[in-house]
Design a binder for this molecule. Structure first.
Ligand code: FUC
Length: 775
């Protein structure tokens, strides 16, 4: 991190003034950001601060003038310790719980399950904040020209303002290649930059050490074995001294801070890591690099992912407004189509910042958390939230950011095989509705929502989806055992319901409504999907022929989707849905989205019934629920209805009456409320599903285009089968489309009543006009 004085190389342009043909002097040009969040004041609340992240090391930047606060996280700092949550011998009670449910003795079943079938201990544990960087600036109270942005094109956050004639600027980013958070501070006048810097944390057990040009904080979590070390180091062309436990920088015009942080977590069984060594090594590794080198490498690395995809709905002049203003205005009148483009790109930004190969998957808050007791532990909730975090990754060309989820599934299959044995006396693996960093797979909290059997199946579909998008057989071969072993579990779990004669999943729950039941519809949809995937994958790989034959025989015996007395898709085996129930979960529509068993082509009646169920649930909901409904209405090919939900999701979470509801915070974080990141990802997925869908072995263009998005173009969007598309539309009509075939094979395109099928060669691009005629 060599400090190079005044070496900032910026692109220079010569602007020729046409009128009198004279040239201005060469001028430094600010980078043009097509996608950015922007504000004209500092954040007061955490949900106004701006997130950065490199997959594991994240921070929220407040952008204060007299005091900057940068609250940071490292994804492996959690409470607790390596631990197996399985309840030994719980399977002894399984037949009795099932019997009670069969007899309609629901209260007794709940009680028995609560007493004998739940995880040990009953609750999982919390993801933790790490610490805060504070930077104090004396005499900066009176300032002008304040601006705070987060550039999504560069993954850099910038704060700038003037005090008198002196311009101050801070640039902050979290570098993946160098694994450090970097803050560069500068003043437009020599010796005008001075500040005091220190670290602090919310943990009860912290220690601080200040050296000549660095400060180290060690934090130990409460009730657990994990601890973290973070060191911040200063480079400056001014003076650095230590003063009252702080680092004081003075007489500078530029200073750069480098923060490295790590914990002793290695994996869910091993906590023997040496964070002090990791931190010191990563700071050593950058010793000979300049800020400019590090920034350039960061932007290059980030853009290698971010720049693959673009989207544009046309700027009607609102993009120049601050982001909080745009959200406010959208709440009143949603005529800012480009805000949807920003939302989609922000979801991609957040994915790149929280989920990179080798990191942990994005949790309920991605990697950003400022609370010792965050809502729902900021963990991995698998009955919708974790999966939703990954709905947009394949479509929006971030396939490798899906990988942390596959590693997570791999871990879970290990803890989950013990749970399968202890709780169900079955082979294979299972997980329930919540998982933490210790990969707890047993049912937690309470029997009425903790015992839900869909997680292993639903998670396995992500492996299959990754294969469908990439067509990578090596990947399928490597991860196929996870799919097969989940299928093995369910093949042994299913049992014949004495009341209906169907094979059902029991005891379980339709997340998180109706309590403990026998045979919720969602479970059966998931199990059917999983069995079909396993059969197909086994066939592709030439494995497990006999097992596949067994699964094939089971599928027709599983309780089917049923239409009930209100014309609804039944959520349960019995026809007992309440049309007045507006619960946020809509689990029985899983087969419409994210899956496709129910669709207009094969099962039109079920599709209508599913729509009826969704209408009963209504248009309100928590952030993630709104997001799911955007996806549903896109699958129902009703773009305008989907847009109604987009309107809600992109409206201010904080209502004028002071209440907070599902929507967006000023930093565009999704509000459950409180903050939960799933809605950001699920919302982006739903918006892309309005434009392109490929779940039915063909690529449908503009299947649910809302009238508000009458014009636009998208490029680098991915479809199942290994295709990457670019297309544009005008006056709500497709204008042209290009298809890049990444692996070769047959491609089917469909737009309104036009369908074409053609063979492709790997690496070739195929061009068509809006009528799908070849160009
Ligand atoms: C599920 C949802 C809640 C919340 C929590 C994290 O339990 O029902 O709404 O999203 O997960």
């Amino acid at each position: 991190m060599r400090f190079v004085k005044n070496s900032v190389i910026k692109p220079v342009i010569f602007i020729c003034c046409l009128a009198f043909s004279f040239c201005t002097k060469p001028k430094e040009q600010e980078p043009i950001d097509s996608f950015k969040l922007s504000y004209n004041q500092a954040a007061e609340k955490w949900t106004e601060a701006l997130p950065i992240g490199n997959g594991s090391l994240g921070a929220m930047i407040f952008g204060g003038v007299s005091q900057e606060r940068i609250q940071f996280n490292e994804e492996t700092l959690w409470r607790g310790q390596p631990h197996d949550y399985a309840h030994k011998g719980a399977n002894k009670f399984l037949p009795q719980i099932r019997q009670l449910l069969t007899e309609g003795k629901s209260k007794e079943a709940h009680k028995l399950a609560q007493d004998e079938f739940m995880s040990q201990p009953l609750k999982q544990i919390h993801y933790q904040p790490f610490a805060d960087i504070y930077i104090d600036f004396a005499n900066h109270e009176n300032y002008t020209n304040y601006s705070r942005i987060l550039s999504l094109d560069r993954a850099v956050s910038e704060v700038s303002y003037k005090v008198g004639e002196i311009a101050y600027k801070r640039e902050t980013f979290s570098s993946h290649p160098d694994d450090v958070i970097v803050v560069n501070l500068s003043a437009s006048q020599s010796k005008a930059l001075s500040f005091e810097l220190f670290l602090d944390a919310l943990h009860e057990d912290i220690s601080l050490k200040t050296d000549n040009d660095s400060q180290t904080i060690v934090v130990k979590v409460k009730d657990g074995v994990l601890w973290g070390v973070a060191t911040i180091k200063v480079e400056t062309n001014g003076k650095v001294e230590t003063l009252d436990g702080k680092l004081k920088v003075s007489e500078a015009s530029e200073a750069t801070l480098y923060l490295s942080a790590a914990t002793n977590y290695i994996d869910f069984k091993d906590v023997s890591g040496k964070p002090e060594v990791l931190v010191s090594n990563s700071l050593k590794d950058i010793e000979n690099k300049s800020f400019d080198n590090i920034k350039e490498a960061h932007i290059k690395d980030y853009q290698s992912l971010f720049s693959r995809f673009n989207i544009d709905f046309g700027d009607n002049g609102k993009s120049k407004n601050t982001t909080n203003q745009r959200i406010q205005d959208f709440g009143i009148n949603p005529d800012d189509p480009q805000l949807l483009a920003l939302y989609i790109q922000y979801a991609r930004y957040l994915t790149i910042a929280s989920s990179r190969p080798g990191t942990k998957p994005a949790n309920l808050q991605g990697i950003w958390n400022d609370k010792i007791k965050p809502p729902w532990f900021s963990s991995y909730t698998t009955n919708i939230n974790l999966e939703m975090n990954y709905w947009a990754v394949e479509m929006t060309n971030l396939s490798e950011c899906h990988e942390p989820l596959f590693d997570f599934i791999e871990d879970l299959s290990k803890t989950g095989s013990n749970v399968a044995k202890e709780h169900y006396n079955a082979e294979g693996w299972i997980a329930h509705h919540n998982v933490d960093i210790w990969r707890g797979a047993a049912p937690v909290n309470a029997s009425h929502h903790g015992i839900w059997l869909g997680a292993a199946g639903w998670l396995s579909t992500h492996i299959w989806e990754h294969y469908l998008f990439t067509q990578n057989k090596d990947f399928l071969k490597e991860r196929y055992p996870l799919i097969r072993d989940a299928a093995l579990f369910y093949s042994q779990l299913l049992y014949k319901d004495p009341n209906t004669g169907y094979l059902i999943s029991s005891p379980s729950n339709s997340p998180e409504i109706g309590g403990l039941v026998a045979g919720p519809t969602m479970d059966h949809q998931i199990i059917r999907a999983l069995f079909n995937i396993t059969i197909e994958a086994a066939d592709i790989l030439g494995e497990d022929e006999e097992f596949a034959i067994n699964l094939k025989a089971l599928i027709p015996q599983i309780a089917p989707n049923q239409i009930g007395k209100h014309g609804q898709l039944q959520e349960w085996l019995e026809d007992k849905d309440d049309p007045e129930n507006h619960h946020r979960h809509v689990s029985h529509l899983w087969a419409v989205h994210p899956w496709n068993e129910i669709n207009y082509e094969d099962t039109p009646e079920l599709m209508e019934a599913a729509k009826q169920s969704l209408n009963f649930r209504g248009d309100n909901g928590t952030g993630w629920s709104l997001a799911w409904k955007i996806n549903f209405w896109s699958r129902f090919r009703d773009g305008d209805h989907a847009y109604k939900l987009v309107h809600k999701l992109l409206s201010p979470a904080e209502r004028p009456n002071g209440k907070v509801g599902g929507g967006s915070y000023p930093n565009l974080f999704d509000a459950h409320p409180p903050f939960q990141i799933d809605g950001n990802f699920g919302g982006a997925s739903g918006m892309v599903e309005m434009l392109i869908q490929s779940q039915l072995e063909k690529i449908e263009l503009l299947p649910a285009l809302p009238s508000m998005l009458s014009e636009g173009n998208i490029s680098g969007v991915c479809a199942r089968g290994g295709f990457e598309l670019s297309f544009s539309w005008k006056d709500s009509v497709l204008v042209n489309v290009e298809v890049l075939s990444k692996v070769g094979g047959k491609c089917t395109l469909s737009y309104r009543d036009k369908h074409i099928e053609f063979n492709t060669s790997k690496g070739e691009t195929y061009k068509f006009d809006g009528n799908l005629n070849s160009k």
